[in-house]
Design a protein around this ligand. Sequence first.
Ligand code: SF4
Ligand code: SF4
Ligand code: SF4
Ligand code: FES
Length: 371
Amino acid sequence: MGKVKLWIDGQEVEVAEGTTVLKAAEELGIFIPTLCFHPLLRPSGNCRICAVEIEGYRGLPASCSTPVEEGMVVRTNTDRVKEFRQETLKAILMDHPRECIACPKNQSCELQELIAYVGIEIPYKAPTEKRFEVKDGGPFFRRDYNLCVRCGRCVRMCNEVRGVGAIVFKEVEGRQEVGTPLDRPLEEVGCQFCAACVDVCPTGALMEKLPRWRAEAKAREDSFCPEISDIVLSLYDRYREREYKSSICPYCGVGCRLIFEVQDGEIIRTRPDPTGPANNGLSCVKGRFGIAEFVHSPDRLKTPLMRKNGSLEEVSWDEALDAVAKQLSKYKPEEVAVISSAKCTNEENYVIQKLARAVLKTNSVDHCARL
Ligand code: SF4
Ligand code: SF4
Ligand code: SF4
Ligand code: FES
């Protein structure tokens, strides 16, 4: 692929043909604000927040969807560009509620950061539109489209990347709104509850529900004063220490890398790690929502059990392994078969087939995913 040379804010840069102006600016360390753009999605160029001036171009093109050209001269931060971004963002926010303090995304909201960077005044004009009812997002998340800025990231994620098409843009009372085909519940339109849409939403419109134990605590607070329980909870959360650890999902052999959010030694949330080579910032419902309750479940077996005198008793690993080895030694190789599990890692499955072939001397080895 050929190289293209251009100038951005007076700096020269050479990038591969087909690179966008936004990406070329990034290579120079020049920040251009964005809203509808997301690195996992194809650029749609619909919000215009990333507008820049390009010599010889009419208007202010969207840098996220404009490919570089030889000799291009780009300016990313002129007064004209700044004013355009401010006016555009004000228009986008025209019907956005002014209730950040009670929003579950407060202080971790991409939209708040964008508002601060673009430098518009808040409070802006109060929304006059009526409030829409908060919708359920199945068992795992909730959808408050009052907070939606119609960036389209969720719809593109569900269609382009997940290939599901459970959510679409549709016209509701003359406005473009995100919804499901025929307004069906997500469970009925093929949603996989992967939460990829939630993870790319820049606002609090799509949010995961609280884990069960925190939802119970919140319900108790709600019974005293529902109006302020969100505020109390978000203030409480902000001052509690939290650790973020990256590790591999234990549920299956795909090997998705997840970020584990840990508070007081307990996993409270998992999110797909954008640096994971096997999953590239995505995961399935099990990795996204199934880990905390599974790891902390009181029913989880942590010690081997052996049947003794008709009932299961906890024993040490040495005792359990000795008992298994003793039993297996009674059989000839052709009498033994080994079945492994899709929940094991590749390395574990490799070791199990080694045990079968090298120790038990059998080639009768299989895997539950083929059943
Ligand atoms: S959870 Fe996944 S499948 Fe369901 S709407 Fe969101 S992106 Fe689509
Ligand atoms: S729900 Fe979120 S991601 Fe989807 S269009 Fe609205 S703001 Fe964008
Ligand atoms: S269970 Fe889901 S998230 Fe976990 S490794 Fe398998 S595909 Fe990835
Ligand atoms: S971020 Fe480029 S048009 Fe929205």
